[in-house]
Design a protein around this ligand. Structure first.
Ligand code: FES
Length: 143
């Protein structure tokens, strides 16, 4: 389906929700894997918002990808519990591997705070991550 068709479908499903913009953006990203700039205009029209409003929300939330992911997506948690357990070092380490075939993204809580630090690779959660295990995962999936 085209971006326009996807947006039309997601709008039909979600525009009646209270505060529909975030659910609509989530829906488009779920369908396409990212939110293309071509989606901004039809979303704005559909929700009776300005393009600037849609664009503002889209760029405010790191969760929304404004370009397609390259290869597997590795998300590293930067929220507090993971930070205190070495999450930042993991992120720095992962970013060194960005040149390979992985997309590395920071995220804010993966719901595994009790087993931090946590990462998500290809939609699979990994708890109590260490630099060594991360290196092995990245080598396997993103080399
Ligand atoms: Fe990292 Fe919650 S703070 S999973």
């Amino acid at each position: 389906p085209t971006t326009y068709e996807v947006v039309a479908r997601v709008l039909a499903e979600r525009k009646h929700l209270a505060g529909p913009l975030l659910p609509v953006l989530h829906g488009v990203q779920e369908a396409l894997g990212w939110v293309p700039s071509a989606a901004v205009q039809p979303i704005a029209e559909g929700l009776d918002l300005s393009r600037a409003e849609v664009h503002g929300v889209l760029s405010y939330y790191h969760h929304f990808r404004q370009e397609p992911a390259r290869g597997p997506v590795l998300q590293v948690c930067r929220a507090e519990a993971c930070r205190s357990m070495g999450g930042e070092e993991l992120l720095a380490h992962a970013r060194q591997h960005e040149a390979h075939r992985c997309t590395v993204e920071a995220v804010y809580c993966l719901g595994l705070c009790a087993q931090s630090p946590a990462v998500l690779l290809d939609d699979k959660l990994h708890a109590r991550m260490t630099p060594e295990r991360l290196a092995a995962l990245v080598d396997k999936r993103c080399a």
